[in-house]
Design a protein around this ligand. Structure first.
Ligand code: BTN
Length: 281
């Protein structure tokens, strides 16, 4: 029997989610929609009329064509996980919000910390991990002019109670875990509310103050710092030691080419932490 059937199904509910919002977050949220099924919550938001989108959030019980980064499929079965998207308008241009994917990941991390999911990490640019297994991910899509304004649709998927026995879970192409394994009986409504709350508050801070205030918080949750990694970009790849992130959210990588900043790419962890005395996994 799947884990999903072993505990009562908690459907998503607008009032329960709203009750987690602090006053400053609640004022930023224009509307919250819950769908029983949708192709992708990011697609759904992008299809709404432009003037209705800023401040609009959508959650779905399942996605039939959930999308991950780099064109991947996001496995999105019914009733157990979180599929959330929020749209916000930024007056600055696309070039000014390059750290947005990292702010979204930090927001998901804040929410996980709030419900007691200690020990999780963020793998640059925006994967959420627990003991190297994928717990969630973020898909940020921005439309607009270089000079602004622009609209950002920020999607977050969190594995909360993934039905491991189901065929779909077997399609996940990397090691994964879910919140319920570590916090049995976790409330999806509470986690969804904490996610929205953290997102709304952090986005307001990012719009006003930039990424500076988030740098230290990233350091505390950085999965990669000190580890031997491979960074794949386009057709090539670079091996080196991850050295944290730059003030503009780039990955700092020490390789045979020196210490360089990379603004995009896909990371694989090769080995554990290199503290100068050898590798610790
Ligand atoms: C990744 O790690 O590849 C990103 C996964 C993002 C999944 C979320 S679920 C809600 C939103 N809707 C989508 O289709 N994708 C994002």
């Amino acid at each position: 029997m799947s884990r999903l059937l072993q505990q009562p199904l908690e459907l998503l509910e607008v009032n329960a989610i709203r009750s987690e919002l602090e006053a400053d977050a609640a004022t930023q949220l224009k509307d919250l929609v819950i769908l029983s099924s949708v192709d992708s919550t990011n697609n759904w938001l992008q299809a709404q009329p432009g003037h209705e989108r800023p401040g609009l959030a959508v959650l779905a019980e399942r996605q039939t064509a959930g999308r991950g980064r780099r064109g991947r499929h996001w496995v999105s079965p019914s009733g157990g996980n979180i599929y959330l998207s929020l749209c916000m308008k930024f007056e600055s241009g696309v070039g000014e919000i390059g750290c947005l994917p990292l702010v979204v990941a930090l927001s998901a991390s804040d929410a996980l910390a709030r419900i007691g999911m200690d020990g999780h990490t963020i793998k640059w640019p925006n994967d959420l991990l627990f003991e190297r297994r994928k717990l969630g991910g973020c898909l940020v899509e921005v439309q607009g002019d270089a000079g602004g304004p622009c609209f950002a649709v920020m999607g977050i998927g969190i594995n909360v109670c993934m039905p491991a026995a189901m065929h779909c879970a077997k399609r996940i192409d990397q090691p994964w875990t879910d919140v319920n394994t570590h916090i049995p009986g976790v409330s999806r409504n509470r986690l969804a509310g904490c996610l929205l709350n953290a997102l709304l508050l952090n986005l307001a801070q990012y719009a006003g103050e930039g990424f500076g205030p988030f740098l230290q918080r990233w350091k505390e949750r950085d999965e990669l710092a000190g580890k031997e990694i491979e960074l794949r970009r386009g057709t090539g790849s670079i091996n080196g030691t991850a050295c944290g992130i730059s003030p503009r959210g780039g990955l700092m990588l020490q390789s045979c080419e020196g210490l360089n900043e990379y603004l995009a790419g896909e990371v694989t962890i090769k080995r554990g932490f290199n503290d100068g005395k050898g590798i610790r996994v």
